[in-house]
Design a protein around this ligand. Structure first.
Ligand code: TMP
Length: 236
């Protein structure tokens, strides 16, 4: 499959056309941003880790019955995925309090919830990705009621599969962000990435942070954390 024109360049990835109109090629960069692009940096090797970790998780989820955009990894940093139109929602699931949840609601980090929570942000950089509820999403025509229901079900299923997997590699899945897309025939599939950029991972024993919070909060050993997660997930 030939790499065609650049369609889109985001903060962490580039997307290219291919010979097939229903297939695009994603190319993962080492660029890192936080706080809506205000903080910028490089995490050496991040693109390779995020590409491979995402592909591992997408394949695991497919096996468990979750439809995803994944087609085929073609190099260390590049993967073929189904072309989708992204539903402009960031879907966030939380198992343990951290980040904006702890800040917004005035609680400490590390409270284990009885039930996972779900929230939506409107994916819009100019507005700073504001938190919205499902009624707002429908009013804004970001998705239909049926799509929102399906997205919720899929997101909780992803959480069950991932929580179990990460526990088996000694990691607590604190929270994560998902994005969904519509394929050319309108099917909702899990899209974007699942990586240390988009999840919070804490070591089960030491509670050491093994994700992008090391970059966001200037905690040091950022590359080490990405490599450690790669080793635990992929065994390399
Ligand atoms: P938050 O606690 O800052 O709201 O983040 C919740 C989860 O979502 C966390 O795992 C990091 C992830 N996330 C993204 O993937 N992209 C973003 O732009 C933000 C703000 C969070």
């Amino acid at each position: 499959m030939n790499k065609g024109n650049l369609i889109y360049e985001g903060k962490a990835k580039k997307v290219y056309e291919t010979d097939d109109k229903d297939v695009v090629l994603v190319d993962y960069k080492d660029d890192a941003t936080a706080f809506n692009g205000l903080k910028k940096g490089t995490i050496v090797g991040k693109g390779v880790v995020n590409n491979k970790v995402t592909n591992f998780m997408m394949q695991l989820l497919e096996k468990e019955g979750v439809k995803t955009h994944f087609i085929k990894e073609v190099s260390d940093r590049e993967t073929l995925v189904k072309r989708v139109s992204i539903v402009p929602l960031e879907v966030i699931i939380r198992n343990i309090s951290a980040g904006s949840f702890a800040k917004n609601y005035g609680v400490e980090e590390g409270i284990v919830f009885d039930e996972p929570t779900i929230e939506f942000s409107y994916k819009n950089d100019d507005l700073g990705d504001p938190l919205i509820n499902s009624y707002h999403a429908i009013a804004l025509k970001l998705a239909t009621k049926e799509e929102i229901e399906l997205i919720k079900q899929m997101a909780f299923k992803v959480n069950e599969v991932m929580k179990k997997f990460f526990l088996s590699v000694g990691v607590e899945l604190v929270d994560f962000k998902l994005e969904f897309g519509r394929t050319s025939d309108g099917t909702i599939v899990l899209a974007d990435e699942i990586s240390p950029d988009t999840c919070r991972f804490w070591d089960s024993k030491t509670h050491e942070k093994l994700d992008k919070d090391r970059f966001r909060r200037d905690l040091g050993n950022v590359e080490d954390a990405y490599n450690e997660m790669s080793k635990r997930i992929l065994g390399q």
